[in-house]
Design a protein around this ligand. Sequence first.
Ligand code: SF4
Length: 685
Amino acid sequence: STGPVDQWTKTTCVYCGVGCQMEVGSHDNKVVAIRPTDSPVNHGHLCVKGRYAYDFTHAPDRITHPMLRRGSDWHAVSWEEALSFTASRLQELRNKYEADSLGVLSSARATNEENYLAQKFARVVLGTNNVDCCARVCHQPSAKALKTMLGTGAATNSFSDIEHTSLFMLCGCNPTENHPIVGARIKQAVRAGAGLIVIDPRRTELAACADIHLALRPGTNVLLFNAMAATLLEEGLQDDDYIAMRVDGLAGFSSFITAYAPEQVASQCGVTSGDIRRAARMYALAKPAMCFHGLGMTEHLQGTQGVMSLINLALLTGNLGKRGSGINPLRGQNNVQGSAQMGCEPASLTGAQNLADAKVRASFEQAWGTNLPTSAGLDLPAMLAAASSGKFKAMWVMGYDIAMSMPNASQTLAALAQLELVIVQDLFLNETAKAVGHVFFPAASVFEKDGSFMNADRRVQRVRQVVNSPGEAKPDWQIITELARHMGHEQGFKFDAPQAIWNEIRSVWPAGAGLSYQRLQNESLQWPCPATLDDNHPGTAILHQQGFGAGPKASLACIDYQPTAEVCDDDYPLLLTTGRELYHFNAGTMTYRSPNAVLKPTDTLDISPADARLLGLAQGQSARISSRYGTAVLPVNITDKMQVGQLFCSFHRADLNVNALTSPYCDNLVHAPEYKVTAVKVKGL
Ligand code: SF4
C-alpha cells in the first residue's frame, strides 16, 4: 500500500489468463493498494504483477485528451472534433475504396462487452468482417485445434482440477513466470505426489523438478507427439474402452503413425528415444493426466497442428471429459479468450459461431437488424499484407501495440506506413501511435471501467470501476458507441452501461445466456452456462463429458511433420526463441510504469555458459543479435537453463525492439507468428 485506503473494490487482475480476483484499495481517486481475495482460481494469492504493477494507472504520460496528428505533431482536440474527423475519414475511405479496405483490431485490454461492440462496429457500421484481436499472435492455434477436433475452442478442464490429477504434462509453457498462481499450484501438487513431464527447450523452474524433462529442439512438437503416439500404440498403452466409445479413425491413424517411431525421429527432436518412450508410458499409465500448454506450442509453423497432435494423445489415453485430465491452453492475457469468443475473429461471430453458416448469420442479422457481410474477413497478418499491396487502407487498433508486438518489425512498420488512416486507442502514446498514428483516442484503464473478463478456464468474472478516468479518457465501449453514432448508427449502439451490452451478448450467445450480471455479482461461472427456467445452471467445469461438438466421438488427426524454412546455417548458427518473464507483461506498457521496472529493469539475452565462452561474452555485457530481418542489442545473461546453440530473450522493452529480429513465418492454418524459431548470430560489443 502507498497510503490510507478509503474503499476496497473487488475486481479481476488485468494481466495473465489465470484471472485472479483481487480487491483494489483507493484513496482520493487513486489506486493505492491491491490485495488478493479468495476465489476458485487464486485461493487468496496474487503474483508480483497482479499485486504490485498498478502505478501505470496514474503515470504522468497517460494521454488524457483525444488527439489528431497534423504533420509530425500531435494536437489535443475535443472529443467532438476527434470523432467527427474519424467518422468522416472512415466514410471517405469506404466510398473511395470499399468496406473491406477497413478493419478493426481489438484486444484483451478490452472487456467482453467492449470486444463484442468492436466486432459489431466492424460488421454493422463499417460493413466488413475484417476484425481480429491479439489471440491471433498467441492461442488462435489452440482455439482452432480444439474446435476442429473436439468442437469447442477452449480449455477442456479447470484450474480446480490441478489438485485432482495424477500427472501434469506441461508443453511449451512456463507457468512459474507467465501464469505464476497456476505455476505455484502445479508445484504444490507435484510436491504432494503428482507426476510431472515438462516438454520445453529450456530448463525452467518446473523442468528442474520434473520426472522427465524433454528439452526438445524448438519447432519439433509434431514429431515429438507423433513419436509418443507411436509408442502408445506399439506398446499397447492406449485406452481401448475409451476409444471404442469416444474415438474414431484408429485404424488409419495406427498405420500412419508407424513412420514416427521414437527411434526414427528422436535425433531431429534433440532428445533420446528412450526418454520419448518413458514420457509416453508415464502419460498413458497415470490416470488421469492433465496437459497444459503455452506459446511454445502455438507460435510455430505447425502451431495448430502441434496442438492437434497433442489432442491425439489425450484421445488415445482417455484423458478427455474427466476431472484432472484434458488439454488446457494457458492463455497469456486476462481476456484473450474473451476477445475472440466475443467475435473479434474474421470468420466467427459471437460465441465462436461460424460466420459461413447461413442460419447463424441470419440469427445475427435479425438480432442486429441489418444484413451482414458474408465473406470471411482478413486476420491481422493478412491486413498487414494487404496494406503492403495497397488493398487495405484504415485500421482502428484498441489496446494493442502492433508496431512493437508483431514479428519482423521493419516489415510491419513498412506495411502500417501504407495506411491512410490509423486510429490508436490506448492509455499511452504507444509505438504504433508514434510511428504511424493519425488519430489517438484516450482509453480508460482497467481500474476505470465496468464489465467482465473471461479467463483461461472459461470463467467469466466481473471487472469493476475503482477510480474515475483522468481528463477526458473514456472506456472503450463508450468510444465505440460514440463513433458509431457519428457514423449514423445510433440504433444498435445505444447502451448506457456495460450490463446492457452484456445482456445483448447473452441474447446472441446461447452458451453464455445463463451468465447474468446478477449471478456474476458474487460468483464466477464457466461457460457453457445456458439459460434455465430456474436460472441456476452451475456452469461447466469439464467439457466433453458426454460428447464432442456434434457427436459422441472425436476423430484422431493424421498430421505429418513439416519443418520450418527458418533454419540455422553458417551465417546464422544460433536458434533464438522469444517469450515473456515473471515481472513484465507483453509490450511492457503497464509493468514498466510500475515498481516491477526496478525488480527487472531490462530484457536480457539468455545464453548457455558454453556458448558465452565460445563467443567471449561476459555476464551483463552488451551483445548485438542479428537475424536475417534485423538487429537488436541486449545485455547478456549467462544461464544453465539454456541449451548449447539456443538463445532466449523477452520482448517487453520498446526501445530494445526484439521483434526487429523475428521472422515473417507463421502458423500454416491460422497465421500465428513463428516467434519461437529465429536463426541468429551474436557478437559482443
Ligand atoms: Fe494476475 Fe496472472 Fe498474477 Fe494472477 S497469476 S495475479 S491473474 S498476473
